[in-house]
Design a binder for this molecule. Structure first.
Ligand SMILES: [Zn+2]
Length: 354
């Protein structure tokens, strides 16, 4: 990590972060927006809304389940599952997707935790070879392989709910700590198809990367639990370690994907900012980790040189280093996309419906 770079005095975002500026105290735009957005939340009011919503789905409908929880085995989804089952008396289906890169031990934990919580577990594991080919093509064409996974995950979630006739999906995604910067993170299916069509047919990709009926999807409500209750991470780790033998804590290295180290390197090479950099900036901003400690972790985890194991990893995706040559000029934004306004409007309308 180059250290002659100017950084926000509160979080750790560097001056080359998109559209960043610093106020007279050296605090960045993202931190100021954060304060505006999160400083006046009435959590009691939010929790009341949550209770009302859950009442509407508990014991209703034709499905065996009241809701579905996308369950990666990370702290957020595990706590979401625990809370819905034990505090709110829901009967959730836990859904685990194997994207081909789960860290060792995660799948065993997922199974054990579902057993202990006495909830049904549904696992979907698409063929690894198929996924690696999709990731590889995405890497060569768009300069990153996460593109494909970002499309795969929500598709698999809605597909699983659709298969089980479930109308409510409860995610554990916390905007405050996890949200990737919108400046980099946008992707939709028009985009994705434009990247993929030189290699795959629509039929080959339809099941895993395109939504089932839009009409049925509109009948499914998706919400994130951390939008309704205060996401107290130290307390969450305590609870999970005590109740589910989680065996992790706040200072453990983040991300449950084997690809993150490599995707972060590629990302930084192209965008000048690494993935750990903005993830740990989020954590500092939320008061979960010390600024100095975050800088230390980022420096260790985000080397400027090609990380160990890189060739082997991209080899699994049938790629070699040749894609790196022109990678700085590549952008997923080169591919044609759908009108963002219409998409945002559709999401807003669905959020407002019960
Ligand atoms: Zn900042």
């Amino acid at each position: 990590m180059t250290e002659d770079i100017r950084r926000c005095t509160r979080c750790i975002l560097p001056e080359n972060y998109p559209y960043v500026d610093f106020d007279e105290k050296g605090v960045c735009r993202v931190c100021r927006e954060f304060d505006e957005k999160y400083s006046n939340i009435d959590w009691d009011e939010r929790e009341k809304k949550l209770s009302t919503m859950l009442d509407r789905y508990r014991g209703k409908g034709k499905s065996k389940y009241d809701c579905m929880v996308p369950f990666s085995g990370g702290k957020d989804s595990t706590y979401t599952l625990w809370l819905l089952k034990n505090k709110y008396g829901m009967n959730p289906l836990a859904f685990n997707l194997d994207n081909g890169f789960a860290e060792d031990g995660v799948l065993a934990f997922v199974k054990k935790a579902a057993d202990r919580l006495n909830v049904d577990l549904y696992t979907y594991s698409p063929s690894k070879e198929f996924l690696y080919e999709v990731y590889g093509h995405s890497l060569r064409e768009s300069g990153e392989f996460c593109t494909a996974c970002v499309v795969l995950i929500p598709t698999a979630i809605f597909r699983a709910a659709d298969i089980h006739g479930i109308k409510l999906i409860a995610g554990g995604f916390s905007d405050i700590t996890e949200a990737p910067p919108p400046e980099f993170a946008y992707i939709d299916r028009v985009f994705f198809w434009n990247i993929m069509k030189s290699r795959f047919s629509k039929k080959e990709l339809a099941w895993d990367f395109f939504f089932p009926s839009w009409k049925r999807m509109f009948g499914v409500k998706y919400f994130n639990l951390p939008d309704y209750i205060e996401w107290d991470l130290p307390m969450i780790y305590d609870t999970l370690n005590r109740e589910l033998d989680f065996k992790k804590n706040l200072s453990d290295i983040r991300y449950d994907c084997q690809g993150t180290l490599y995707s972060s390197y590629i990302f930084k090479q192209r965008n000048g900012v690494g993935k750990y950099e903005f993830l740990y900036a989020n954590m500092v901003r939320a008061g979960l980790i010390d600024r100095a400690e975050a800088l230390k972790i980022v420096a260790e985890r985000e080397p400027d040189e090609i990380p160990v194991g890189f060739d082997e990893f991209i080899g699994r995706l049938h790629c070699d280093r040749s894609f790196l040559k022109e990678n700085e000029n590549r952008s997923i934004f080169d591919f044609k996309t759908r009108n963002k306004f219409i998409r945002k409007l559709a999401i807003k309308i669905r959020e407002m419906l019960p």
